[in-house]
Write a protein that binds this ligand. Structure first.
Ligand code: CTP
Ligand code: CA
Length: 247
């Protein structure tokens, strides 16, 4: 599979991409969710395969054809996404958190369908979900503090999957409706990731559409603008920056 003569600059690299949006059950038939289609995540997976990577996609509630050549792990909730991403990222070179992760979940899940009554409905109490991206960044920070030589590019002789291994490049996504760059810079620092792809959302932008524009914020570097175009272009811009950081 070759898409438009891409460089094979991810050959031999293990890449994990989370995609789609998590759902949190309220009762057996209802959930709290978001509008993520998975298009950007699958574009990342497809283009990474084309560039030679071994790709695992952790797919949350996506109704698109599987990206050819990638391993797909299906999940529904944030807890399931977290388990799958952490399991796959142990020996990965790169983790890209393109999934829209529900920030909150109902504090209790009703075992039976909630029925209408004559009175007002009971409120649904929410509790915070774990922040998977921040956890990946924090695990890497701690691993580097204890074993500063681990996790350097595998060409330098550190076996992937070794005790204390962690992704060399961690990429986050952020959808912002206002103060896009300021919010993005703060988020990049807070999450401890290397790249943060910032989209402006709202008014028909981004969700479910085949095209997108983005600004990629780079830790310790200048932001890269990706003009409005196919989500594959955003994906390739991300892989260009990832490949540069791996080499
Ligand atoms: N993310 C995550 N776990 C969460 C929430 C978000 O791993 N519980 C990841 C997303 O996959 C994305 C990045 O963090 O890569 C930024 O998500 P975003 O929703 O923009 O950031 P939040 O920290 O949740 O901040 P807020 O929603 O308040 O803007
Ligand atoms: Ca959020």
């Amino acid at each position: 599979l070759v898409l438009r003569g891409r460089p094979r600059d991810l050959a031999g690299r293990k890449v994990v991409v989370s995609a789609g949006g998590t759902r949190e059950a309220i009762d057996p038939v209802r959930y709290i969710g978001n509008r993520s289609s998975g298009l950007q995540g699958y574009a990342l997976a497809r283009t990474a395969v084309a560039r030679g990577a071994e790709v695992t996609v952790v797919a949350a509630n996506i109704s698109l054809a599987d990206p050819a050549g990638a391993k797909v792990v299906r999940v529904e909730s944030t807890a399931e996404l977290r388990e799958a991403v952490l399991a796959a990222s142990g020996d990965a070179d790169v983790v890209v958190m393109a999934a829209a992760v529900a920030d909150f979940r109902p504090a209790t899940r009703h075992d039976e369908k909630i029925k209408k009554t004559d009175g007002e409905p009971a409120p649904i109490h929410l509790t915070k979900n774990p922040d998977i991206l921040a956890e990946l960044g924090e695990r890497r920070r701690q691993a580097r503090a204890t074993a500063p030589d681990a996790g350097v590019p595998s060409g330098a002789g550190v076996p992937t999957g070794a005790e204390g291994a962690y992704p060399k490049v961690i990429v986050g996504f952020a959808a912002e409706t206002h103060d896009v760059l300021a919010n993005g810079q703060a988020k990049l620092a807070r999450k401890g990731c290397d790249l943060l792809v910032v989209n402006q959302v709202g008014e028909g932008l981004a969700f479910g559409t085949p095209d997108n524009a983005a600004t990629v914020l780079v830790a310790g570097g200048d932001p890269v603008e990706v003009p409005f175009g196919p989500k594959d272009d955003v994906a390739d811009a991300v892989w260009d920056l990832v490949a540069a950081r791996l080499s």
